[in-house]
Design a protein around this ligand. Structure first.
Ligand code: HEC
Ligand code: HEC
Length: 227
C-alpha cells in the first residue's frame, strides 16, 4: 500500500471514530436539555406537540393550501411543520392569527415543542409574508356574536359548538350549499381535537340555521376576500 493510501484510510478511520464518539456524547446531552423553560403548565415537549397535533387536522398538505405558489404558503410549509402538522390559513380569523404567530415566534425562540436538533427560524421578511398570507386567506368570522339572531335553540347551538376552536364563522360570507360539507368536516375536526361534538340532529339544525343566512351564489371571489 502506498503511503498516500494509508494516510487516506487513517483519515477515514478517524472520521468514523469521531462521528461515533460525537453521537454518543451528543445524544444524551440533547435528551437532557430541558425542552421548555416556560411558565405555562404544559411543560413537556411531547405534551405540547400532542396538544398541537390534536388542534390541527392531520390531512392538510401543501397542495391543499390556497395560493400554494405564494411566498407565504411556501414559508408555512417550510417553517411551520417543524413541530406539528400543517395548519391551514382558514382555521383562524385574521386577529386570531396575529396571536397564534406571536405565540409560535416565542416557541421557536424557546425551541419549544419537539425534538429540535436543528430548528430553522424564519427571517423577518418571512414572518411578514406569513402574516400577510394567513390574514388574507383567514376564516371569515362574525364581526360579533350578536351579529345574527342567535336567541333560538339553533343559534345557540351554532355559537356553542362553532366557537370552540376559532371564532364563529359569518354565514353571510359563505355560499349556502357549502354548509353541509363544512359542518360534517368540522364534526370530524371536533372528534380529532377532543372537543364537544354535536349529535346528528344538532348538526343538521346548525347546517340549516347557517344556510338561511347564506347567499345562494358565492358572495365574494376567494381571491378578493377581506379579513
Ligand atoms: C418550535 C415548535 C413550533 C413551531 C416551529 C411552530 N409551532 Fe405551532 N405550535 C407549537 C406548540 C407547542 C403548539 C401547542 C401549544 C399552543 O397551541 O400554544 C402549537 C400549536 C399551533 C396551532 C394550534 C393551536 C391554535 O391556536 O390553533 C397552530 C394553528 C399553530 N401552532 C400554527 C403554527 C404556525 C403558523 C407556525 C409557523 C409560523 C408554527 N405553528 C410553528 C409549536 C410550534
Ligand atoms: C375542533 C376545532 C373546530 C371546531 C369546533 C370548528 N371548526 Fe371550523 N375549522 C377548523 C379547522 C381546523 C379549519 C380549517 C380546515 C378545514 O376547513 O377543514 C376550520 C375552518 C372553518 C371554516 C373555513 C372553511 C373554508 O374552507 O374557508 C368554516 C366556515 C368553519 N370552520 C365553520 C365551522 C362551523 C360552522 C363550526 C361548527 C359546526 C366549526 N367550524 C367548528 C376547526 C374547527
Amino acid at each position: 500500500m502506498k503511503t498516500g493510501e494509508k494516510a487516506a484510510i487513517a483519515v477515514v478511520g478517524l472520521l468514523v471514530i469521531g462521528m461515533v464518539a460525537f453521537g454518543i456524547t451528543y445524544e444524551p446531552e440533547f435528551k437532557q436539555t430541558p425542552e421548555f423553560a416556560s411558565d405555562t403548565p404544559d411543560t413537556h415537549a411531547s405534551g405540547a406537540t400532542a396538544q398541537a397535533s390534536r388542534a390541527i387536522p392531520q390531512d392538510i398538505t401543501a397542495g391543499n393550501l390556497p395560493d400554494p405558489e405564494s411566498n407565504g404558503a411556501k414559508s408555512l410549509v417550510l417553517y411551520c411543520v417543524q413541530c406539528h402538522d400543517l395548519a391551514p390559513p382558514t382555521m383562524h380569523n385574521a386577529g386570531e392569527w396575529q396571536a397564534v404567530l406571536a405565540r409560535m415566534q416565542r416557541y421557536m425562540a424557546e425551541r419549544r415543542g419537539g425534538m429540535l436538533i436543528r430548528l430553522i427560524r424564519p427571517p423577518e421578511k418571512a414572518w411578514q409574508e406569513l402574516s400577510e398570507y394567513l390574514t388574507s386567506h383567514a376564516l371569515l368570522s362574525l364581526p360579533a356574536p350578536t351579529a345574527l339572531r342567535v336567541e333560538n335553540q339553533s343559534g345557540k347551538a351554532f355559537l356553542d359548538f362553532c366557537s370552540q376552536c376559532h371564532s364563529a364563522p359569518d354565514p353571510t360570507r359563505y355560499p349556502a350549499d357549502t354548509w353541509q360539507n363544512t359542518v360534517a368536516r368540522m364534526v370530524r375536526h371536533m372528534r380529532h381535537a377532543n372537543k364537544r361534538v354535536p349529535d346528528a340532529p344538532t348538526s343538521a339544525m346548525i347546517t340549516d340555521y347557517l344556510a338561511q343566512y347564506s347567499p345562494i351564489t358565492p358572495p365574494v371571489a376567494p381571491a378578493a376576500r377581506a379579513p
